[in-house]
Design a protein around this ligand. Structure first.
Ligand code: MG
Ligand code: MG
Ligand code: MG
Length: 305
């Protein structure tokens, strides 16, 4: 029976590429594993897979009775609904400690770095397994994505070191240029519906019994959202109502200006305002220097709930 390796719901490049890279490593180490995904891939991930000649992992949303490794998440709210009936053999992640429980001992590789693929790179080094050229290029791309080309406050020296070493293996001379190509693709927000945009990189959190959804769009120029705000709010409102969410937040991150426009729909605006010590104006506000949901948004929200 093959062990499935997958990332969070609404998978990003780190979740998809991490499933592929960790599965390759595990198979080299003699295990039988298969990368999978919980949902559709985003345009950036599609670009990276094509660039390095990989297929997207199989779509699989039920895992009852299966052995699994989780990568890039450890929250029940980002898990398959039947995760409690699966056996978690291990977790590779760079987020806060989640609420998942296991019945058996497990392998944990959890480190406060900018990307799960940085940890997978370190695992390759630890086990002395060589990384194939194209896989190295993909892992490098995942790190550039998660760290916003090293600009995110989540980026560490270990991430830049991993990119340097992976670029050498992949024979890519200018990783930052490839990173910009990726973010230009990410900045195409005109081909999707507003609902798809809000959900493109969306995560739910359970905070004190309330469901809080936080989406993020990272673009090279915020002006792409001009004349789009009302429709984005409409989509957020629909998504909020559907699953009885307490709040839906959307971060429109400008990677050049290095800050985010925060859009808020909440049952208790005061909690959101207190979290960031802000006063919303027309349900939104500019947050200078804020680029990371994991480090600059979630911890402050958690404290309010
Ligand atoms: Mg992720
Ligand atoms: Mg990640
Ligand atoms: Mg991200």
């Amino acid at each position: 029976m093959s062990t499935y390796i997958f990332g969070h719901t609404t998978p990003d490049s780190d979740s998809i590429i991490g499933a592929i890279s960790l599965s390759y490593l595990k198979n080299q180490l003699g295990e039988d594993t298969t990368p999978s995904r919980q949902g559709e891939i985003n345009p950036e991930t599609a670009f990276i897979l094509k660039r390095f000649g990989f297929e997207k992992p199989m779509l699989k949303t039920n895992y009852a009775g299966e052995n699994v490794y989780l990568i890039d998440f450890m929250e029940s709210s980002q898990s398959p609904s039947d995760i409690a009936e699966a056996t978690i053999l291990g977790i590779v992640d760079h987020h806060k400690l989640g609420d998942l429980k296991t019945d058996t001992p497990l392998e944990m590789w959890v480190r406060p770095v900018g990307c799960s693929n940085t940890i997978v790179k370190q695992m390759f080094d630890y086990f002395g397994v060589e990384i194939p050229k194209d896989l190295a290029g993909m892992m490098m791309s995942a790190i550039l994505s998660d760290t916003v080309i090293f600009k995110s406050p989540t980026c560490t020296k270990e991430d830049t070191k991993a990119v340097k070493e992976l670029a050498l293996i992949a024979q890519i001379e200018d990783p930052k240029a490839l990173g910009m190509e990726m973010f230009i693709i990410k900045s195409d927000v005109l081909t999707d519906t507003k609902r798809a945009l809000v959900l493109r990189d969306f995560k739910d959190f359970n905070m004190g019994g309330e469901k809080i959804g936080v989406g993020q769009l990272e673009v090279v120029d915020l002006s792409v959202f001009d004349n789009m705000k009302e429709e984005l709010f409409e989509a957020m409102s629909e998504i909020k109502a559907e699953e009885n969410r307490h709040s839906v937040l959307l971060l429109l991150t400008d990677i050049m200006q290095e800050g985010s426009q925060l859009l808020v729909l909440s049952d208790e605006n005061a909690k959101i305002e207190n979290a960031f010590n802000i006063t919303l104006k027309d349900r939104e506000i500019w947050l200078p220097k804020v680029m990371s949901r994991k480090k600059q948004i979630i911890p402050f929200l958690e404290k309010q709930f």
